[in-house]
Write a protein that binds this ligand. Structure first.
Ligand SMILES: [Zn+2]
Length: 294
């Protein structure tokens, strides 16, 4: 475990406890999320270090039957396919072609669609099995995370981080690298769970979006905005992921009761989306379309 002494956003050193949460991977551990007293940024502290997090990740993968995969294999697969198509459509509306990088590309399914549409694709994936699948079965250029710094400056037209930023240990160093590698007219796409959404506040320590200890940071619209500004990026547009309110609620119900409660999850998910539409709280997950400030 490592203890952080400075806030990643404002660098100040005073934090208050925000929430005590149990592990989401079936271990009997409790974790503490703290909030920076200066800027309100919420993060896990203390947290497993880069080596330590690996065992939790593999536990999460092996536990996927009971924890992640709440809707069953077929429904989960259907949701995943639909999500990938939506992501491709969203990016294609912003840019038609060019060099695209996906960090945390899993087995490369999304990148393979871009490749079919004549994009030059590169993936970064930590998981060696998924990386090998993408390389060998989908014939994609997928590399280890250490390779990111080796690309030329201003190389990529689009960089995508789908629910990834909240898991990056060296947050500031990482974003500095991203800024170097993206073209001045490039687009950075980041999706995040939002810890001020209605479903997050309602489920509190059971909210699946906390996903402890894998998720190291818990973003609000203000904190992502401040972090992006610190790295000379500007948020241009925010797009809701409306289906995530239902998905998160279903996972949170399972985490809370240790069994499914789809009816309640549907009610909470609908209410969460309604509250977000009325701008009372953010959506459960949101996509941020970001550009470098020139
Ligand atoms: Zn701060």
């Amino acid at each position: 475990m490592e203890t952080l002494t400075h806030c990643f956003v404002c660098e100040k050193e005073k934090f208050t406890n925000y929430l005590e949460c149990n592990s989401f991977v079936g271990t009997n551990e409790q974790f503490t999320i703290v909030a920076c007293e200066e800027c309100g940024f919420c993060f896990l502290n203390p947290r497993p270090d880069k080596e330590g997090i690996k065992s939790y990740r593999s536990l999460q993968n092996t536990n996927s039957e009971s924890k992640n995969n709440v809707l069953g294999n077929k429904v989960d697969l259907f949701i995943k396919k639909r999500r990938i198509k939506k992501r491709f459509k969203l990016v294609s509306r912003i840019k038609k072609s060019g060099k695209i990088l996906e960090i945390g590309c899993s087995n490369g399914e999304l990148l393979s669609i871009f490749k079919k549409h004549n994009w030059e694709t590169v993936g970064i994936e930590k998981n060696p099995e998924e990386r090998k699948y993408a390389q060998n079965s989908l014939n994609l250029d997928v590399r280890e995370e250490e390779e990111l710094v080796k690309f030329e400056e201003h190389f990529f037209d689009v960089i995508m981080l789908w629910h990834v930023l909240e898991k990056v240990h060296d947050l500031n160093k990482f974003l500095t690298t991203i800024f170097q590698k993206i073209k001045p007219d490039g687009v950075l796409i980041i999706s995040l769970p939002m810890c001020e959404s209605y479903d997050a506040v309602l489920y509190n320590k059971f909210w699946a979006g906390f996903n402890l200890p894998m998720n190291l940071y818990h973003f609000t619209e203000d904190s992502i905005k401040a972090l992006m500004k610190k790295h000379s990026f500007e948020i241009k547009k925010i797009i809701p992921i409306k289906s995530d309110s239902f998905y998160m609620s279903a996972k949170s119900e399972k985490h809370r009761l240790n069994k499914n409660n789809f009816l309640k999850a549907f009610r909470v998910g609908s209410l969460s989306n309604r509250m977000a539409k009325l701008k009372i709280s953010p959506y459960s997950s949101q996509i941020f379309i970001i550009k470098p400030q020139n």
